[in-house]
Design a protein around this ligand. Structure first.
Ligand SMILES: [Zn+2]
Length: 265
């Protein structure tokens, strides 16, 4: 599931394939950019901001940013020139960027946009502190979450305006590890700071690998406590893990380890 760590890893893939090189060709298979040609632009930086990818390009004194978002299924793959593109079916290709030494292919991307780099904030300025950014600021994330005391803690962790980079997997796992019922109002969470710091730790610990684990195990079927484990026994207490819809997403929890607070409606 593309969350902050996956997007961070993807930025590194693009960095390794393209950084410092001049584009020798481009192909945009999204209507809005169908006539765009980035030939001659140099790839100056590959960055991530929460779940957003920012590929910064320069040409003479101009600077443009190619923005993309992976959502649930998106991916970028890098190939050697002439190598077969085996990542995904061809009809899912949205962007192709070529240099002399590599071809980067973006599959199933969302929000593919090209803006002057000076205007990046129009795309990512609304985001809260980036879990994997150099400027990660847990106190600011806590301040933003606390500003909506009636929101559920699950909703608050997913809201990228509060903190950027937590998706459904890390949300569910953070709440399990903190013993929090997903519908607990923010106002009733005893330690918001500890919750936010744990979410950051879980995402950060998965940088640099594609298997996401919160348990410490990389073995198939053992990488999560509750996420994706409906009806399976809790790893701590053996109670069957539950699954339910919450704000148009699904959530998983252990009813014993994450009890509904007595004060909640
Ligand atoms: Zn349990």
């Amino acid at each position: 599931m593309p969350e902050g760590d996956t997007v961070w890893n993807t930025a590194r893939v693009l960095e390794k394939a393209l950084l410092g090189d001049v584009l020798t060709g481009s192909d945009f298979r999204v209507p809005r950019l169908a006539t765009t040609d980035l030939t001659g632009w140099t790839v100056a930086e590959s960055a991530s901001r929460g779940k957003h990818l920012l590929l910064r390009l320069t040409r003479d004194d101009r600077a443009m940013t190619l923005h993309s978002h992976l959502r649930m299924e998106g991916a970028w793959r890098a190939y050697a020139p002439g190598e077969r593109w085996t990542g995904r079916p061809a009809h899912l290709i949205r962007v192709v960027l070529k240099t002399k030494r590599a071809v980067a292919v973006g599959y199933h991307l969302h929000e593919v946009t090209l803006v002057p780099t000076a205007e990046e904030d129009s795309l990512v300025g609304h985001l809260g502190p980036d879990l994997l950014g150099d400027d990660w600021d847990p106190a600011e994330a806590v301040r933003r979450i606390a500003a909506k005391p009636q929101a559920s803690i699950a909703e608050a962790l997913l809201d990228q305006r509060n903190l950027a980079g937590v998706g459904n997997l890390y949300k569910a796992e953070t709440l399990f590890l903190r013993g929090l019922w997903p519908w607990t109002p923010v106002a009733d969470v005893p330690d918001l700071d500890g919750t936010v710091r744990l979410a950051q730790k879980l995402v950060a610990s998965n940088r640099g690998r594609w298997t996401q684990t919160t348990t410490g195990s990389l073995r198939r079927g053992q990488t999560s406590y509750v996420y994706g484990r409906r009806a399976q026994p809790c790893r701590r207490c053996g109670t069957a893990i539950e699954k339910a819809d919450q704000d148009e997403r699904v959530t998983y929890w252990c009813p014993h380890c994450q009890p509904k607070p007595a004060t909640s409606p």
